[in-house]
Design a protein. Structure first.
Length: 64
């Protein structure tokens, strides 16, 4: 992988995605890196406490 980027954004939270959007809109080639498999950073909804009694678990907004 020998690609050139004008900017590399670490994190796909609100600020990272906003920055990437502005840079891309201005014609820059941007790469966004995220350690998780979903975008949004601290602003996300996760399923927690799944059990036999509650197989779908509980949806909780975590982060901001």
């Amino acid at each position: 992988m020998n690609q050139q980027y004008d900017a590399i954004i670490i994190g796909s939270g609100h600020n990272g995605l906003t920055t990437a959007g502005y840079l891309a809109k201005s014609g820059q080639k941007v790469l966004v890196l995220e350690r998780r498999d979903t975008l949004g950073g601290a602003v996300c909804t996760e399923t927690m406490f799944q059990s036999e009694q509650y197989p779908q678990g509980f949806r909780m907004d975590v982060g901001s």
